[in-house]
Design a protein around this ligand. Sequence first.
Ligand SMILES: Cc1cc2nc3c(=O)[nH]c(=O)nc-3n(C[C@H](O)[C@H](O)[C@H](O)COP(=O)(O)O)c2cc1C
Length: 407
Amino acid sequence: MTERRLPRWSELRPLVRTRGLELDATKRRLDRALTIADLRMIAKRRTPRAPFDYTDGAAESEVTLRRARSLYNRLQFNPSILRDVSHVDPSTTILGRPSAYPFAFAPTGFTRMMQHEGEQAVVRVAERTGIPYALSTMGTTSIEDVAAAAPNADKWFQLYIWTDRAAGKDLLDRSMAAGYTTLVLTVDVPVAGARLRDVRNGMTIPPSLTPKTILDMGMHPAWWMNLLTTEPLTFASLSDWPGTVAELINHMFDPTVTFDDLAWMREAWPGSLVVKGIQNVDDARKVVDLGADAIVLSNHGGRQLDRAPIPLAMVPEVVDAVGDRAEVYVDTGVMTGADIVAACALGARAVLIGRAYLYGLMAGGERGVQRAVEILAGELTRTLQLLGVRDLGELNRSHVTLPAVTF
Ligand SMILES: Cc1cc2nc3c(=O)[nH]c(=O)nc-3n(C[C@H](O)[C@H](O)[C@H](O)COP(=O)(O)O)c2cc1C
């Protein structure tokens, strides 16, 4: 029988913790987010359904994205013990330039629609952190304004090949003049993927004012206020478009593009060239033969072909095939810093992250993007320490076991 007594105040006093009330609501909100999944939940609450779903969603049944995330969750880490991991260096070089971490911000279209601070907020965080940032052709801030917002960031420009080749060449010239180091040619959008959430939500850019959206203003007043009182939402690289994103893509993009166009691009762009959207070893070899400095194994975050290959699963084979001639990056489904470590252990030089920073942006603007980086960097560093690894050079395939891909 346990004997009980009343506690004395002198015993209770040291246990009492009064946390100062945080008056800054954004900080309060972001401090509560411990994972990218937490940021996603905050983003979902604060953003109208159509822009949230545009970001969060994928194509058709969304199976591609689910499979990619599932492989990250099912892989096994194999740690080594009794290493001195008091100091861990997570930095690397990407295309010969220093990067504080082995990840970069992927190009994402319409970033100012998700949250009004948009591309400039994201590139500023990239500059402060010391990682690359890729501006999309479908960006909502101009090439020059992004450059001015973060003059010292390592800036990449992502291009889609359009039917109007001269317009594309003009974008290359502007990027070069504005100091962008790298061209990312995205090759997995010959036509638009079927993003059914967008169709169901009737999403247009800019968002249309309909009875449904007007009702939504009551639920997300801050988002609407920011949208309607800041620079109107237009494309920075192309003219306005009154229809849906899929209609825009199918109108502007050229489905006749072939490897010859890549050869032309290599001629036209003297900086680093990255080809994004590679999904098999043969294509990886072909684009490296044509002069790509790096490739991104990617299925566009599951937003194009449904039931596409899982990019992470292709890393070892593709690194073995072209890794001595080009850097290999991977994206799609990365939600944690540990995911990034796993990809690097399998041989990827770096990982591109898309939704992870967009959830941060929607949760709290520039500070939300910063919070996303803090979360990823913290997880990444801790995972290296728990694996018994002091820097990325010590990381190798023995640290990760991939399960067989079963469907
Ligand atoms: C909202 C959104 C917009 C995107 N827009 C572009 C784009 O304009 N150009 C491009 O090459 N990729 C685009 N992507 C794909 C990303 O660059 C990247 O491949 C993908 O987001 C990686 O998957 P993750 O979001 O799971 O990290 C977009 C992705 C999202 C989520």
